[in-house]
Design a protein. Sequence first.
Length: 567
Amino acid sequence: MTTVPFDPAFDRPPEDASTPGEHTIPADNYLSNGHSISSWLLTVDHKRIGILYLISITFFFAIGGLAATLMRLELATPKADMFEPDNYNKLFTAHGVAMIFFFLVPSVPAVLGNFLLPIMIGARDLAFPRINLLSWYLYAIAGAMAIVVFAMGGVDTGWTFYTPYSSTFSNTNVVLAICAIFIAGFSSIFTGLNFIVTVHTMRAPGMTWFRMPLFVWSNYATALIMILGTPVLAIAMLLVLAERLAGIGIFDPRMGGDPVLFQHLFWFYSHPAVYIMILPGFGVISEVITAFSRKKVFGYSFIAFSSLAIALIGFLVWGHHMFITGISTYGGMVFSLLSFLIAVPTAIKIFNWIATMYKGSISLDTPMLYALAFIGLFLIGGLTGLFLAAMGMDIHLHDTYFVIAHFHYVMVGGMVTAYLAGIHFWWPKMTGRMYNDVWSKISAVLVFMGFNLTFFPQFLLGYLGMPRRYAAYPDEFQLLNVLSSAGASILAVGFALPLFYLVKSLWDGKVAGPNPWGAAGLEWQTTSPPPTFNFDETPIVTQEAYAYDDIRADKLGLPRPENKGHH
Ligand code: HEM
Ligand SMILES: [Cu+2]
């Protein structure tokens, strides 16, 4: 491979790109195309639907965040002094339901995936624009039902709805909550379907499978899980309804049922679903790391195939949530081994991102700060998953704060951080404007510090034996709990800040121009914000993804380095 000399003009984002006056917002763009309420609520433009999701999931993030704040306040002292234990149960259920089903599952796919996937493959829209709108309406109806449930006093089963409590004993509004989750599930099935058909049928000329950006690959793998896994959740939920309303004896042992059956069905969806809640984040990180290292991604096909491998193996490990339910020791061993196996494709990704940065020309803009935070935090989350996957260890740690810390490191340290990386990376594309650089960096640092202070002590608490889901605890756990609550306040500030400077940028942000980061990828070749049909002419793709060496060579008037990768 010929080498191309380092060029500072290329290797740093062009300073002038965001100078006012250099660029203007294009008169014809998807935002200027209609300002009435109905032009939004009846839109079939994937970009507008992405924005509808952005607003609605932010709302649920705030609700889930409010519940979390109240929990951390309660846990600042050992006694249950703010909430009765049963109200505390409702609080963590509201937190889990809002965050998982109404924020994290739709976050990257429904907002960034909707907005970017068609543009990244050079398409005018998703394959089924009306079904895309239907997905959002299903989400909105389900969300409204969830709000009604919370307003009517909430549910106390936990987000996992374990039987026989949910099917027989709980006195709260389980029926409506389950209906809400059932409907939200269909929203996600339709989104997955749309992504799969779009990737198969709508790629621009020259956009071969192995030229697709890794963000598209990861959303494709996610879509597979959405359409294969979510129906199982829907059925499990229907069975709980049937049991609750008609008492037909699926989960109740008195009628020949088996309560553990529910856990099998629930985790058969919900373990793969944790990959719905991380794979799209992996995609964001692949894009951000390459763009801010100015280097072609290392091991493109390994990253692409590892997403598919994770989607596949993810369906084989659900039993690691059930080691203490009395499954057979041999069953447990198999689930344990398979869970170790899934760490392999995950580790491949981390290795490849680090190799991508190696000898890259790195610039520490806000999206990159979030991406670097992601790598560190997700690594801790993933590795502690292996502790839990070791059966003997899990018997000690199951249902303790160690588990809470593990999944928050992957879900918040991982996916939420990736979501923020993505929002900060593509915000100029979505809105045409840059946000405040200083404030965004401050918020990235606050999120990182606040996050670690909140959740690291929870590993220790769990190891020391503090169980999850209680409003009160013995005095000796107070110090670590106070640290955690203090961290949560910092984290809350870190999460609230973007709301202000991002919204403010809509009025006074510098005009971004088509490609403020100097990044590769079709989305940077159209205007910011893009026109309604994304491109004035259908793009013809002649290069691999992330051809930073080619871009640099073109810029310096040198011959392009020979491509040794895919075609
Ligand atoms: C490296 C791969 C991973 C392994 C081996 C792993 C392993 C485990 C194990 C064994 C448990 C059960 C602990 C227990 O209840 O005793 C668990 C819980 C959990 N993990 Fe992971 N995990 C991994 C990655 C992830 C990812 C990527 C996510 C989400 C993005 C995630 C989210 C969760 C959640 C939500 C729970 C607990 C659910 C609950 O009981 O409420 N994990 N993990
Ligand atoms: Cu799992």
